[in-house]
Design a protein around this ligand. Sequence first.
Ligand code: TRP
Length: 460
Amino acid sequence: MQGREQFATRFGFIFAAVGSAVGLGNIWRFPYMLGENGGFAFLIAYFICIALIGLPVLLAEFTVGRRGQSDAINSFENIKAKSFGKIGGFLGVLSGTLILSFYGVIAGWVFYYLFSYLTGAAGNVESGGFEGFFGDFIASSVGPVVWQFLFMVVVIGVVYFGIKKGIEIANRTFMPMLAVLVIILAVFGLTMDGAGEALSFMFSPDFNALGDINVWGAAVGQAFFTLSLGMGAMITYASYLPKDSRLPSAAGTVVVFDTFFAVFAGLMIFPIVFSFGMEPGAGPGLLFMTLPEAFGQWGLGGTIFGIFFFLFVGIAALSSAISLLEVCVSWAMRRFNAGRKPTTLIAGAIVTVFGFLSALSQGAIPALTEMKLFAFLNTEGATITFLDVLDKFTAQYTLALGGFVTALFIGWGWNKVEALRETGLQDTTLGNLWIWFLRIVAPAGILYILITNLISMLTQ
Ligand code: TRP
């Protein structure tokens, strides 16, 4: 039998894991969540959720993957046959498919914006015109499908070439580019007039909103999403690791970089938003309407900034989408005993075609744009778009549930000594702390959020 594919270098794995974590979650989702949930309070809740739930669960996923040496479902089985753990894996492959189908749509919008800035089309939009520019684009029945398709072709192309030649090389190219771009963009942002206001929005202490349960629900969901947790992406990547790499330091590195990118995304976006007197709480449209509106008032500088900015977001989205597809491909290869290349093409095609439904759900097809059946997922309106159904359903429920199962598997289901040996944390305080976080703190936190989400959904 052929051996399992492996990363060529330790850094290859770190780059890939950071690449998976840093994505639309950091640059699109985090800033708008921060804007909607009161700035500083959300930041604090988010830091707490990352430290108490995100980091322990991330290390748990690394441990399951490296020990199990298989895909998101079978890794659990390899460690302990007939364990409840693989329920988490099933949820994972399901969520992976659903998330990638709409993630590709939003990434497609990003590349359309990059293209529009490059051709000058976006630079010529008149003041106040981006609502129409964006609205017309996403409601059309051709553009969003074409751009999603193009994006998915690149994602499928990378996964097609496997771990070393595809995923590792792509991430080793992309991550340094991202680091350079984010620093340039943040320095730019911080030299603008609105920088002071932005800093006080993000960092001036205001603990009132911490009493609001919705802020905490949003923060936990964001922690899972941004660290790629709860669906086996990190299990799958860690299964391509050799035995001698250190898991705790890898987990720490991913968390530090991911948080760094989120905070810096805020530091580049909010100064611009405030400098041009825009609203920070614009929601998902922040990236596609508010920010371009601000770029527009800035003239040529804004167009140049726009090019670099959407290039940055696009690259970040690409490396995350690659990890989502790899979860499905890795599972399907084993399940159907098939080679990587045909599996990637078929799985990629299925996800892409399913994604068309999300791409067409922003106005093109009324039945998908104003869904009543799933309206209960939406706390704000009487109908919901198909894309939002997938986003809310995964971020608020299946990811958290997947993380819950993984935490319980390490905490209670498997064997504490073995788990600690796999991480190299045996007989350390840190190791014991980790186990207790997985036994009590993380599951309790997740359960609390799941239940309050459920209640607020049912009683609205
Ligand atoms: N973490 C990525 C982001 O922030 C998205 C992502 C990639 C993801 N893989 C995932 C989210 C797995 C949840 C689960 O954009």
